[in-house]
Design a protein around this ligand. Structure first.
Ligand SMILES: [Fe+2]
Ligand SMILES: [Fe+2]
Length: 251
């Protein structure tokens, strides 16, 4: 299979450094994990020559990429909580402070990202609600092995993720694609640098949830209370489905 035919989630998982290349071309690999690289490039009008050689060079260079298939759900969830949930809370607090400061001081500059602070406050509120749903409901269900009843909550979380990406699009629109004014002050520079980091992190965060943790549960893998993972047989699946509850596959 060529990289053009490969799903984005697979490229992001298998090629060290590929996520940065996809990110630099604003290719949403987290919520479009099942879409092939060709499909998204056609949709966005991107040129394969600008992307494929770089992906191929990264793949041939090798290097370290986290093999999540070797990590149990407990390990993945701990990583999500410490590397992303906690970090997003810190990032947004500081970004809101910086955006407010830039708007107060440079509001008359036509390149000033007006209303960015208000938008980031909305982002923080929605992201906080989303992360609390994962922390208090979905992640405990995954850790306790309720594999037959997580499909609904997972689809709600994936829908939330699409909203997060729409929020990111609005950040790009408000900041003129994070283009800095030539004489931008250090606070303005720190704001755009911080936004770049936040956007990169939230892409990886959603990618790990959608394309690894949630995909694992949707594919009917057994999640033991210890976090260990194994594949369910068809008979096991029938036995695990509570009576009278449709898995949704027949509709
Ligand atoms: Fe999360
Ligand atoms: Fe999430």
């Amino acid at each position: 299979m060529t990289y053009l035919e490969m799903p984005l989630g697979e490229i992001a998982t298998k090629v060290p450094g590929a996520t940065a290349v996809l990110f630099s071309h604003k290719i949403n690999f987290c919520c479009n994990g099942d879409m092939t690289l060709k499909a998204i490039m056609d949709k966005k009008g991107l040129n394969a020559d600008d992307i494929i050689p770089t992906i191929e060079a990264l793949a041939s260079r090798g290097g370290a990429v986290q093999d999540w298939s070797q990590v149990d759900n407990k390990g993945i969830i701990e990583h999500i909580l410490t590397r992303y949930h906690q970090v997003h809370r810190e990032q947004l607090t500081e970004l809101i402070r910086l955006a407010d400061r830039v708007e107060t001081v440079h509001g008359s500059n036509e390149l000033c990202p007006t209303s960015l602070a208000d938008h980031l406050i909305n982002v923080r509120r929605e992201l906080e609600q989303h992360m609390q749903k994962e922390e208090m409901m979905l992640f405990p269900m995954l850790l306790e092995g309720h594999s037959s009843i997580v499909t609904g909550p997972i689809s709600v979380m994936m829908s939330d993720h699409e909203h997060h990406i729409e929020h990111i699009e609005k950040i790009y629109a408000l900041t003129n694609d994070l283009s800095l004014h030539p004489e931008a002050c250090n606070t303005w520079r720190a704001l755009y640098l911080g936004l770049q980091e936040f956007i990169s992190d939230i892409n990886m965060h959603i990618h790990i949830e959608n394309n690894i943790l949630f995909a694992r549960a949707i594919n009917k893998e057994v999640i033991e209370p210890t976090g260990a993972v194994g594949i369910m047989s068809e008979d096991d699946i029938k036995e695990a489905e509570p009576e009278g509850v449709c898995c949704g596959a027949c509709s």
